[in-house]
Design a protein around this ligand. Structure first.
Ligand code: PMP
Ligand code: GLN
Length: 392
């Protein structure tokens, strides 16, 4: 028989699904896949339930229900001072994942180079390849995940169609500095490249930092598309409601890609997300402060166990160095041991690289109830104590 697509044939199931399956099989505390263990605000869920009962439950407009497109435009003005036309510059998608696919398929043609920053969220590479694009990878390196500016400059050329950045960044928990963003903007302008900005963690930013979208930099408004996710902003990851904001001339082909990928997104969920986006500032500041408290709880506990906990400015992930813990030869082995023997699931950071990945880091997700975090820490402690006494 003829071969199936090489982009999708023989590749691994995503590390998040794999680790969640293993966590379930071993009764482990699941700090692998990123999702909160308490559902988001009740009033948003009630708004969805009401909309589901009241209807209509038929195909909504392809670009998204008007209330949500308006709410996304309003949120852009409220949080970032960006003026956005809800009719022509906003698209609602079935999650940020679909938004990424739509943007990449609409902007990248076969042979175009796309600059990606490693570690990278796992759908980026296959989506760029499926579009026929040529990934050009640049790295940020631990412990501070600084961007190598010379390497970034070298990655751009006249062949660069787009740069894809994830800010705040999963799994590094990095917020790109103003200087790094300015350099990316300068390079996009110099090489006439588009920027695809995955900003799903825009509201999960800690310690009074402010998220600043690349789109807000001089000259970037007309060449940037910016992606958000209600899953992250409202702790409702299963809803898969995302949104893209961008200039009308880019949104037109992006909407056409969406037309053939999903076409629409469930209308009841869209209406509820529109309601959620209008929540007052205390919701957003409360989310960030609650999560930063969990970050501190988890970081303190992991550090006490000997993990080298890296800084975490945003997202709900903590990345840790595992050198000296005798967890195996690499991060994948360490995560296998932790899920099977300690009863705690984490994610190997090497899964976020195309090749030649560093293998000494694992990621823990901390958007969990305090008692779950404590249970995970006590399981890790028991396991490490037993393992060390065996090896002593
Ligand atoms: N981008 C990043 C960086 C993510 O971590 C995630 C995780 N969910 C997504 C995109 C996908 O978001 P969604 O669930 O809205 O598709
Ligand atoms: N973004 C989530 C993470 O990084 C996972 C999403 C998924 O499983 N597709 O853990």
């Amino acid at each position: 028989m003829k071969p199936t697509s090489p982009v999708f044939t023989g590749i691994n199931t995503t590390v998040f699904e794999t680790m969640s399956r293993l966590a379930m099989a071993h009764g482990a505390v699941n700090l692998g896949q990123g999702f909160p263990d308490v559902d988001g605000p009740l009033d948003i869920r009630e708004a969805a339930a009401k909309a589901l009962i009241d209807g209509p439950n038929q195909y909504p407009p392809m670009l998204g229900v008007p209330e949500l497109r308006q709410a996304v435009a309003d949120a852009n003005r409220r949080f970032y001072g960006l003026e956005v036309d809800p009719q022509s510059e906003v698209l609602v998608t079935s999650g940020a994942t679909e938004a990424l696919a739509d943007c990449i398929f609409a902007l990248v043609s076969p042979g175009d180079e796309v600059v990606l920053i490693e570690p990278l969220y796992d759908c980026y590479l296959p989506l760029v390849k499926q579009a026929g694009g040529i990934p050009v990878r640049v790295r940020v390196t631990p412990p501070h995940w600084d961007l190598d500016k010379t390497a970034l400059r070298a990655a751009f050329s006249s062949k660069t169609k787009a740069v894809l950045i994830n800010n705040p960044m999963n799994p590094t928990a990095k917020v790109f500095s103003e200087a790094e963003l300015q350099l990316i903007a300068d390079l996009c302008l110099e090489h006439d490249a588009y920027a695809i900005c995955d900003e799903v963690y825009e509201h999960l930013v800690f310690d009074n930092r402010q998220h600043k979208p690349l789109m807000a930099f001089d000259g970037m408004r007309e060449r940037t598309v910016r992606i958000g996710s209600a899953g992250k902003t409202f702790s409702l990851t299963g809803w898969k409601v995302g949104y893209v904001t961008g200039p009308a001339q880019l949104m037109d082909p992006i909407a056409k890609a969406h037309q053939w990928v999903t076409f629409t997104t469930p209308p009841a969920l869209q209406k509820a997300v529109a309601f959620g986006l209008q929540k007052d500032d205390s919701y957003y500041s409360g989310l960030a402060s609650e999560l930063s408290g969990k970050r501190d709880r988890m970081a303190k506990g992991l550090a006490a166990l000997g993990f080298s906990v890296l800084p975490c400015a945003a997202t709900y992930f903590l990345t840790c160095g595992i050198d000296g813990l005798n967890l195996g030869d690499n991060d994948v082995e360490a995560c296998e041991r932790l899920v099977r023997e300690a009863g705690v699931a984490a994610v190997p950071v090497s899964a976020f690289y195309g090749d030649n990945a560093p293998t000494g880091f694992i990621r823990f997700c901390f958007c969990k109830q305090d008692e779950i975090i404590d249970e995970a820490l006590s399981r890790l402690s028991a396991f490490l104590t037993a393992a060390n006494s065996e090896s002593a």
